[in-house]
Write a protein that binds this ligand. Structure first.
Ligand code: PGA
Length: 255
């Protein structure tokens, strides 16, 4: 399978960090550092920063994403944001199924699938997160978990829509813990997920699918992770909050 068929994507997941002034300052700091990126650059900011981020990234190569969206178009869903609301603002990307949503907010594979479907219908590009818990890795069911999460999330998604799906493999035990999967572990699961996509959609679709790794990726380990044949970029939490670190990861992905 040929890595050259896919464009790498480095996406920052700011989580619940940065107020508007801080967001503006971070974007201003990172813009000149990432302007020559040879990969796609995305920052997924809190809802309250979307407007600020869209404004601050105008005319740059940085694209903006949200961190979730609801599956209904509108209605009595207090505090939720619909995919259509995001696309109407001009937000092109959305993260769906992040493990923190699954762990702390009752997200299930079924609701992930509904959100993916709604996001695609609204014209968004989805960063779909899958990954096993530590005990699942220890029980030897990493592949089963990742296959199940991927297959259910992609239910009802047509082959022609896959160009707007990025999969992020994020082992839950590596998120925010400083414990990175080894490059070999990341590549092994990314490759496995590609075979799941291949079974569903065929080889050309699998070859073209951008599959990121996420979980404590940083300026120091990015190069080794991104060198792996099946790692097509990264979903970056903590290190995306520092312009220099984020830029270093983007540089590693651009080689
Ligand atoms: P981390 O987060 O880089 O801080 O581990 C990654 C993520 O949750 O997407």
């Amino acid at each position: 399978m040929n890595k050259k068929l896919r464009k790498a994507c480095i996406a920052g997941n700011w989580k619940m960090n940065k107020n508007r002034a801080e967001a503006k300052a971070l974007i201003a700091e990172m813009t000149p550092l990432v302007k020559d990126a040879g990969c796609d650059v995305v920052i997924c900011v809190p809802y309250t920063n979307l407007e600020t981020a869209l404004e601050a990234t105008k005319g740059t190569n940085i694209k903006v994403g949200a961190q979730n969206c609801h599956w209904e178009a509108s209605g009595a869903f207090t505090a939720e944001i619909s995919a259509g609301m995001l696309s109407e603002m001009g937000v092109p990307y959305v993260i769906i199924g992040h493990s923190e949503r699954r762990q702390y907010f009752g997200e299930t594979d079924v609701t992930v699938n509904k959100r993916v479907r709604a996001a695609l219908d609204a014209g968004l590009t989805v960063i779909l997160c899958v990954g096993e818990l530590l005990e699942q890795r220890e029980q030897g069911v990493t592949e089963e978990i990742c296959a199940m999460q991927t297959r259910i999330a992609l239910g009802g998604v047509g082959k022609e829509e896959l160009a707007r799906i990025i999969i992020a493999y994020e082992p839950v035990w590596a998120i925010g813990t400083g414990k990175t999967a080894t490059a070999a572990q990341a590549n092994e699961v990314n490759h496995f997920i590609r075979t799941v996509v291949e079974k569903l959609y065929g080889q050309s679709a699998a070859d073209a699918m951008t599959i990121q790794y996420g979980g404590s990726m940083n300026a120091a380990n990015a190069e080794e992770l991104l060198d792996q044949a099946d790692v097509d970029g990264g979903l970056i939490g903590g290190a995306s909050l520092k312009a220099a670190d984020f830029a270093a990861i983007i540089k590693a992905a651009s080689r």
